[in-house]
Design a protein around this ligand. Structure first.
Ligand SMILES: [Zn+2]
Length: 303
């Protein structure tokens, strides 16, 4: 099977039932043949009737989904696969309501499913951004309410390496000291140019060495001055805002980092023809996230 550039219709065709999904999970997990997760033996019997595998050495019985997020799931695997391709395909993200309608599951199931896929999409690499880097900040959520003068908007710092990766980080506040920590965690020492707008945050947030590489653009006058602009990080912000306004409606502060990771993961994989396969691999490698962990210190998800 060719799993390059998988779209919804191909996933529906190739993974129409759970047996096909299991075969794919098996091929991704054990490309060189099944290995017992208990004793690493390669002598494995199939118990076809029960979709189980049996280790000939230690007699451990397991399924292809053992130790993965798919283990003990009550949802058919093909529904997981469809939700995954939908989340990979949609640039602005998918709301739990849309998944609920598309899969014909309850809202709670759809919400939980989206969160687990989103959680698996987290980038595992922590390589720092170098070259030409754009930094900008934006504020999301917290609709203005007359009786609540203090806004509860959340700060998001966007950092983008030109022609490279994007990071979006939920900052506690927009103070220079907070932004400095975020910059140092994400921007490498080999950075050549740092581009920001004329916000007063940056002169204070940047180190001495970084300041020598700092170029600013005055947004009240122009959006770009030659090569100096922050347009690529701003276009990512506009996608994020459309996602929040149009798709997710209301993002709880607790879940904002996961939504930001999902957006970045999709953005950074925009040219990856194996995005669907790679997301399934991440799901296989991610242990299950309990519903009660996701909803701790929070009321029921808003419908
Ligand atoms: Zn074994």
């Amino acid at each position: 099977m060719d799993d390059k550039n998988m779209n919804l219709s191909e996933v529906m065709k190739d993974f129409a039932d759970d047996a096909k999904c299991r075969a794919y999970i098996e091929a991704l997990r054990w490309p060189d043949g099944i290995v017992c997760p208990h004793c690493q033996s390669k002598k494995i019997y199939r118990i076809v009737k029960r979709d189980q595998l049996l280790c000939a050495s230690c007699e451990y019985q397991f399924s292809v989904t053992v130790n993965s997020i798919f283990h003990d799931t009550h949802l058919p695997l093909w529904k997981w696969f469809i939700a995954t391709v939908l989340l990979c395909e949609s640039k602005k993200g998918m709301s739990a309501c849309q998944i609920q309608r598309s899969l014909g599951v309850s809202y709670k199931t759809a919400w939980y499913l989206c969160h687990r896929i989103r959680n698996a999409m987290q980038e595992s690499t922590t390589t720092k951004l170098e070259g030409t880097v754009e930094i900008d900040e934006t504020y999301v959520g917290g609709r203005k309410r007359r009786w609540r003068p203090k806004s509860v908007k959340k700060v998001v710092i966007g950092i983008r390496q030109r022609n490279g990766d994007l990071r979006m980080i939920h900052a506690e506040d927009a103070k220079s000291s907070t932004v400095r920590e975020i910059i140092n965690a994400n921007v490498g020492s080999q950075v050549e140019v740092i581009m920001t707008d004329e916000s007063q945050i940056y002169p204070w947030a940047l180190s001495k060495i970084q300041k020598n590489k700092h170029r600013t653009i005055n947004h009240s006058k122009q959006y770009a001055h030659g090569d100096v602009h922050t347009n690529t990080v701003e276009s990512a912000f506009s996608l994020l805002k459309r996602g929040i306004v149009g798709t997710w409606h209301k993002v709880d502060a607790k879940h904002l980092p996961a939504y930001l990771d999902e957006m970045c993961f999709r953005f950074n994989n925009r040219k990856n023809p194996y995005l669907f396969r790679d997301t399934i691999i991440k799901l296989i490698q991610t242990p299950n996230l309990e519903y009660k962990e996701l909803t701790a210190q929070q009321a029921e998800p808003a419908a």
